[in-house]
Design a protein. Structure first.
Length: 286
């Protein structure tokens, strides 16, 4: 986090702790807007921003998570996508590549559907189309609901495999320990409002109308979001591709870090599709 600009931004009637990397540096690439997983703070995904040094990167703590103050009123995907768009305005960003993991992957889908003019490409990581998902291992959900996973490193370490599944390709225990050390517990209200945000929400009916080039990344052994959810997304999103990480669990971004970054970079760097070229031509003519 040393190279991130961390600020408290007042947007959309909310105060959000925001981290921005390299937005003031010239780049041939669009910056990335990242939506985090439920209850997760900026620090949990900061290594991904560091692993893509050629790109700007912006993410924020949801209300009541990390160091963002508690929300005063509940929110939903529409209002939070609008708030995220206001944040992009604050930083002078017209268009971004949108990315999200788990709960944040649902938010990323909604943002791309609500703000197609501000979204170039979409990356969905270990996520689902919302309430119409195939549920994961009940044991994993039981541990996930326990707040000790945020505040008790021993509990998290003991149940890490049950919670997230997968195999660390490098056997690097320090990666798991580093992840645990970066977590900060959300407030009870913040966590509850995040859960409430997606109640009754699904992107499934709208996905055939999502015209963005989309990368779907799933872990083969994900205990929270089974692989079949990624296959559903692939079947419903017209211009999508599915990458499955062998032996990967819910946190394959951590356990398969180099492989994950290589796939993301390859997707974001691929040549513009005819649809994207037409869109850029219309933008230039406007």
């Amino acid at each position: 986090m040393d190279d991130a600009l961390v600020t408290l931004e007042q947007v959309g009637g909310r105060t959000l702790r925001t981290a921005a990397w390299r937005l003031d540096m010239p780049s041939d690439h669009l910056p990335i807007l990242f939506f985090n997983g439920i209850g997760a703070n900026i620090e949990a995904v900061a290594p991904l921003a560091a692993a893509l040094p050629e790109r700007g990167f912006i993410m924020f703590d949801m209300p009541g998570t990390g160091e963002s103050p508690d929300p005063l009123v509940p929110y939903n995907p529409f209002t939070m996508s609008w708030t995220a768009a206001q944040l992009l305005d604050r930083f002078g960003l017209d268009e971004v590549d949108v990315m999200g993991v788990s709960w944040g992957g649902a938010m990323a889908q909604h943002f791309a559907l609500q703000h197609p003019g501000r979204t170039r490409r979409l990356t969905l990581i270990a996520t689902t189309p919302g309430m119409l998902m195939v549920p994961g291992n009940p044991a994993a959900f039981t541990k996930m609901a326990d707040p000790r996973r945020y505040i008790d490193p021993e509990f998290m370490n003991e149940h890490f495999a049950t919670l997230y599944g997968g195999v660390d390709k490098d056997g690097a225990e320090h990666q798991k320990d580093s992840h645990i050390g970066r977590l900060k517990p959300p407030s009870p209200r913040g966590y509850m409002y995040q859960l409430m945000c997606m109640m009754g929400w699904t992107s499934l009916p709208a996905l055939p109308f999502l015209k963005k080039e989309t990368l779907i990344m799933m872990g083969e052994d994900d205990q929270i979001v089974p692989l079949v959810n990624g296959k559903i997304l692939k079947a419903m999103i017209p211009h999508s591709r599915l990458e499955v990480f062998e032996g990967g669990g819910h946190l394959f971004l951590l356990t398969h870090a180099d492989e994950s970054v290589a796939v993301i970079r390859d997707f974001l760097d691929m040549a513009a599709s005819p649809r994207e070229r037409d869109r850029e031509a219309k933008r230039a003519a406007a």
